[in-house]
Design a binder for this molecule. Structure first.
Ligand SMILES: C[S@@+](CC[C@H](N)C(=O)[O-])C[C@H]1O[C@@H](n2cnc3c(N)ncnc32)[C@H](O)[C@@H]1O
Length: 149
């Protein structure tokens, strides 16, 4: 099969629910609750992969270049950016895990809209995900300070 004809199924495992000014909740769907076992053992952060469902249109999925907002970056290929407009609207955020209550993962409020489909959750592992020698182009330097939350 030609690679361009391949496609894959993605099943949402949960959904983002806005809670208040501080917190969001990832409500995990019943068939996947067992997959949360031991997530509450002491991980401080998780990686949330989410589907930018409002951009799941042929137009948004055909965007391949853009200029990152709010700083002096050039027009860039979307694979060099964190644009929400991309061929597959898969976005990811590393977020502080606050608590886990049955099928509800409470996290620090982040940028996904209410009702955004969640497609995966993984623990953030510093030895795999944190590079202390990571660098970015000079035009990104102002926004590249490591987070402390
Ligand atoms: C700049 S993108 C970056 C996302 C993620 N941190 C990443 O790097 O993949 C985040 C933006 O996506 C937009 N957004 C949030 N939820 C969305 C959704 N369900 N569908 C489409 N766009 C969404 C919001 O405007 C938000 O500021």
């Amino acid at each position: 099969m030609d690679q361009n004809e391949q496609y894959f199924k993605i099943y949402p495992v949960g959904v983002i629910k806005k809670v208040d000014d501080e917190r969001d909740c990832i409500e995990v769907f019943p068939p996947y609750v067992v997959a949360l076992d031991h997530l509450g053992d002491g991980f401080t952060h998780i990686i949330v992969l989410w589907w930018a469902h409002q951009n799941d249109t042929p137009e948004a999925r055909s965007v391949l270049k853009g200029k990152p907002p709010n700083h002096p970056a050039p027009v860039m290929g979307v694979f060099a950016t964190r644009s929400p407009y991309r061929p597959n609207p898969i976005l990811m955020t590393v977020v502080r895990l606050l608590s886990l209550e049955e099928n509800k993962i409470y996290v620090k409020k982040f940028e996904a809209f209410d009702q955004t489909p969640v497609i995966d959750v993984k623990p953030y592992l510093p030895n795999s995900d944190c590079f202390i020698n990571a660098r970015v182009p000079t035009y990104f330097e102002k926004i590249s300070k490591p987070r402390t939350d």
